[in-house]
Design a protein. Sequence first.
Length: 181
Amino acid sequence: MGRRSNVQKMPKAVRDWLDAALIEGNFSGYVLLADELRARGYEVSKSGLQRYGSTLEQHLATVRDTALSMQMLDRSMADDEDRKSAGLMTLIQAEIFKSLLAVKDLGAAVSDPVKRATVLSLIGKNAAATVRASIEAKRHQQARTAAEDAAAPPPAPTVEVRFVGVPEKPAPGAPEGAGEA
């Protein structure tokens, strides 16, 4: 793991101010922000601020895009079958899987087995919670389906009515008298 940036070492109140300034300035004006932070006693470069701002902008874009996607889903589909929750579970499971692969790929880079075990433990706990939630959602759906089936009226019996002595209509192209009994 790399060293923490000077921006990340700043107190939370200063980072909150910086975040607000970056958002308000539409993620521009890094030279002025670096000068302001230096005047306040924080040593930070324009490049370091730009890296921090770029990461913040990406995080905000992800949150915005996710919120927009969820709003579109909400408007476009009824959630009678809890499909949105199932989709969210799938996304979470995919991200946990990606994290697990990333830890596996680190392999030799994380030489401390305790650190590796700690990371794997966290991923395992998150995966277990996600699996439990997924199982519970499936149980809920099965119970809901069973309750709907039980509440549904039985199908109406079908009745076939035949008139005795009335000849059936002959099929098109059949010879005359073919429909009479």
